[in-house]
Write a protein that binds this ligand. Sequence first.
Ligand SMILES: Nc1ncnc2c1ncn2[C@@H]1O[C@H](COP(=O)(O)OP(=O)(O)O)[C@@H](O)[C@H]1O
Ligand SMILES: [Mg+2]
Length: 366
Amino acid sequence: MTIPSTLYIGLMSGTSMDGVDGMLADFAGNAIVSLAAAFVPFPPALRAALMGLQSWGENEIEREAIAANDLAACYAECVEALLPAAPGPIRAIAVHGQTIRHRPDLGFTRQTNNPALLAELTGIDVIADFRSRDIAARGQGAPLVPAFHMAQFGQPGRTRAVVNIGGIANISVLHADGRVGGFDTGPGNVLMDGWIARHLGRDYDADGAWAASGTLNHGLLEALLDEPYFTMPAPKSTGRDLFHMDWLDLRLKGSPALPPADVQATLTELTALTIARAIHAEAAQVDAVYVCGGGAYNGTLLRALAAALGGKTIVESTAVLGVAPNRVEALAFAWLGYRFNLREAGNLPAVTGAQGPRVLGALYPA
Ligand SMILES: Nc1ncnc2c1ncn2[C@@H]1O[C@H](COP(=O)(O)OP(=O)(O)O)[C@@H](O)[C@H]1O
Ligand SMILES: [Mg+2]
């Protein structure tokens, strides 16, 4: 049975593995109207299980399947939190899943999930696995949000950059003539989160206060910037497969006994500088930069980004354009679900490198 509804729920859980962001939105008449937001943090055991699936380990298949079931329960909880705000039946849930491997170079990406269980728990159509089709068409499978960024934030005649700073950071450059460029720039919060967890036992560096107490170390910054990924031409995408704590530890060997706060300051600068360089590689000049994702709540990082852009470019959160930074990516997935039901493409071949536009996702009917 097809529900004549334009209400969608988008669910996003990214590389930070902090939890699931959900958005309820209405796309009636092709407009994008946000109706409600919800966040469900991952229970510590689920987070640990997902972390344990990020690299090779014993009994992976069974551990993945069990984590996928627990994840689906978490997704269902987020849906439950949104339903009271729905003015009618939900057309579909669009769910990203949790990335446990991202290897477009080997022809696959894996977002673990149990969409069948989510359909069973909610009684709502579920659209899942958005990245595989783009990779099958020889694309990177990422980033998938630039088309939405253009639909939501693009303004003809203006060149805008939208920066999503999650665990990994990605940019969308919305050119004045309607072209869209974009790619993953490298680490967003993932290394900063890992470093503060190791030294202070916190999940993240709130507002970048710890980083602000440290001093940038140029030797370490150079060692970090030596990573070939940063100068690789687009299309490109990355994940925890490359940027993990072993990656950092290897590069810290040349800077022994640095105060931990100095390392945090340097990691913050690394994120800011690689984003700024990526924006300039895509457009010599941009009118403004809008930041979303959890990194938008890191004041030290935003100041570093503004400085790395030369100090004259406007750097704001997407809130000034009407969407709170922590809501953008879940809203993007709701929109990708809407595109799936229209059988319209969700990818931008100029961004992912795919052989053409493709309808993204797979349907699990209610
Ligand atoms: N108040 C804050 N100050 C600094 N960083 C924050 C704050 N709130 C969230 N973050 C960062 O944002 C991350 C979550 O961002 P999110 O957009 O959900 O990323 P992902 O899509 O990878 O899950 C956290 O892990 C943390 O690093
Ligand atoms: Mg998150």
